[in-house]
Design a binder for this molecule. Structure first.
Ligand code: PGA
Length: 256
């Protein structure tokens, strides 16, 4: 029995117009065909959700967003809510990405509100955690990851926890071409799994997928995906091109 199906999620960040997104998704959907051993999620910008959603119908691809506001509606200029995402049949949402934390001042408390709101609205949060280079060099990696994980998941019930996804993304590896070594990544993934065990119990912690993110590419993916606690990838740069993204999905299928 496969305990955890591998998951490859594409984080397109602020890239692709609706028309460009449509073309990329069509190419990915055709090439992937039936790959039932891997779960594949694409997270285009909000403005492309409407054009992409109908194409995903009947394919194995699932739709995610890159962020959301915790409230269901109201006077929050420029924001998007969980019910709005659900109306495009989104099933996943990336929360607490390091770019949100660094450039938009998102705190663990605010990210926690989003996690709770996503779960309440049947969206699966992909909670991102990870240390900066300075934090790694000062030896505080595990402490940072522990705080972000525990605070981000405060108030999540055991029942809800089963649908969580966590992404470990060392900030120094994102978009830099510097990938964490398999040992560095596995160490933090195992640490996160232990934290989840303490929070939600062994059975649930064994079900939660923990993705690695940060310069994951077809060349380094097989080794990372072979690690015991690395259950997939959150892919930035390599998700913007069909060929590399598909190769990553294939690497995940081969690593199962
Ligand atoms: P990258 O981005 O693959 O371009 O490093 C990953 C991410 O930020 O989610």
């Amino acid at each position: 029995m496969i305990l955890r199906k591998k998951l490859i999620a594409g984080n397109w960040k602020m890239n692709k117009t609706g028309a460009e997104a449509l073309a990329l998704v069509q190419e990915i959907a055709t090439a992937i065909g039936k790959q039932p051993d891997v779960e594949v999620v694409i997270c285009p910008p909000f403005t492309a959700l409407a054009s992409v959603a109908p194409v995903l119908d009947g394919t194995l691809l699932k739709l995610g967003a890159q962020n959301m506001h915790p409230e269901a509606g109201g006077a929050f200029t420029g924001e998007i809510s969980a019910p709005m995402l659900r109306s495009f049949f989104a099933t996943h949402v990336i929360l607490g990405h390091s770019e949100r934390r660094a450039y938009f001042g998102e705190t663990d408390t605010f990210i926690n509100q989003k996690v709770l709101s996503a779960l309440k609205n049947q969206l699966r949060p992909i909670l991102c955690v990870g240390e900066t280079l300075a934090e790694r060099e000062s030896g505080s990696t595990l402490k940072v990851v522990q705080t972000q994980t525990e605070k981000g998941l405060e108030g999540v019930s055991k029942e809800q926890a089963a649908s969580l996804i966590v992404a470990y993304e060392p900030v120094w590896a994102i978009g830099t071409g510097k990938v964490a070594t398999t040992e560095q990544a596995q160490e933090v993934h195992a640490f996160i799994r232990d934290l989840l065990t303490k929070l939600f119990g062994e059975a649930i912690a064994q079900k939660v997928r923990i993705l690695y993110g940060g310069s994951m590419k077809p060349a380094n993916a097989p080794e990372l995906l072979a690690q015991k606690d690395i259950d997939g990838g959150l892919i930035g740069g390599a998700a913007l091109e069909a060929r590399s993204f598909i190769e990553l999905v294939k690497a995940a299928a081969a690593a199962k």
